[in-house]
Design a protein around this ligand. Sequence first.
Ligand SMILES: Nc1ncnc2c1ncn2[C@@H]1O[C@H](COP(=O)(O)OP(=O)(O)OP(=O)(O)O)[C@@H](O)[C@H]1O
Ligand SMILES: [Mg+2]
Length: 454
Amino acid sequence: MQGTEPQQATVHLRQPWEPGQSMFVNSSAKRIIVRAGRRGGKTLGVAIKGLVAFLKGRRVLYAAPTGEQTDRFWFEVTSALREPLEAGALRIDRTERYIEVAGTQQRIKAKTAWNADTLRGDYADLLILDEWQLMNEDTWEVVGAPMLIDNNGDAVFVYTPPSLRSAGVSKAHDPRHAAKMYEAAGKDASGRWARFHFTSHDNPHISEAGLADVLKDMSRASYRQEILAEDDELSASHLVYGAFNEAQCRIPRFEIPADWPVYSGHDFGTANPAALFLVKARYPIPQSVPPQIRPNDVIVFKEYLPGAGTSTAINVEAFKDIIKARTVRASAGGSHQEEDSRGVYGKHGWNIQEPAFPQMRPQVDRVIALMEAGKVYVFEDCVFYLSELASCAWEYDREGQRTNKIENEARYHLSACARYILSLSDFTPDTVQSRSFPRYTDNRPSEMAGMRRR
Ligand SMILES: Nc1ncnc2c1ncn2[C@@H]1O[C@H](COP(=O)(O)OP(=O)(O)OP(=O)(O)O)[C@@H](O)[C@H]1O
Ligand SMILES: [Mg+2]
């Protein structure tokens, strides 16, 4: 490193991911609003943006209403500037949390603020307000905006649509103030404003395990807001699996009776192989099973998403581990053209048949019909399948008419597994079939004692 200019030091800047994060990092609009999902890379993105601005000589102020976010930003900034700091080219104040070029206006600072009073006392020419939806509106109106007037500064607002889960911690008067700003930004014709939207799933750096942690206990509405970052809930009619009654059919895990037949659906592909395991409830239903479960109902009990690069042998081992000592009644998967993939699994001892009908639409209709009849249950820890059910939407044409296509169909791997396996005749919604169960009467045989009345 030469001299005292941080630009000449080795600064370890992370590469913003394409396209979502890099679009707002590289935008030169005076006012930017970013609406994005949890763990989407919002804080890291503004850290990169703030660092780039700081290295160009600007005075950057980052504020977030929670210490956790401020810590995250500060960690990223200090890590990136570690070398110039060690070389003494920059001055750091760890208590006030800023780094500056001594004797200049050039500075980057992180602070925890949630309203006008807590933001007051600093000035900047790039102001970043993270978790903007949780801040009070006066943070910007009373202190933020006036702070930028003198030097014609820029502002970046970052938010995740607030769900009921976050309602308690918000300092906002109007819980939709960030959404309104986002809407207004879309109507701005002057070029002053730019707005960006991405979902948690768009962030290539987040692992499924990391996301699963966030998804736990999330309702369908929270999922739309916090993961898909949608401000207004899509109506159930937009959703392909809107017939799935989450309140009734998302159920806690229970011990599956040993004699219930197991089925599996499979989606091939090296990048994102997937499998979904389900059982069909059988008569008589033990008392330990939730009371709404009826014979022939389907219970999705395990999802399998290993990520890229696992071999067929490893996948088959994992399948056997999932089903334990049980045998599988039937497995189905893939399109008509994917006979080779089925063959490879067959060679490894896992036989997969072709779905009963080749077209996607009738397969989907079968799943919807079963859901409408309240016959599909999903264990609550199958969070990725539940997420798919909550987000898989029909495509609409330019006239606003619903088409027969699913938006980004290829992304819904577990839904594909479900429609493949449920296409089999074992799942034909057939009233004759359901009537064929032995009727349970009060003069039941003694070995049925303890079984629930159906
Ligand atoms: N450009 C990047 N390079 C490497 N990792 C990244 C990048 N962007 C985001 N990540 C990683 O993704 C994860 C989420 O990032 P970040 O904390 O910035 O998201 P967020 O949207 O602010 O999350 P939250 O909603 O929890 O505040 C982190 O583990 C982060 O390190
Ligand atoms: Mg964040």
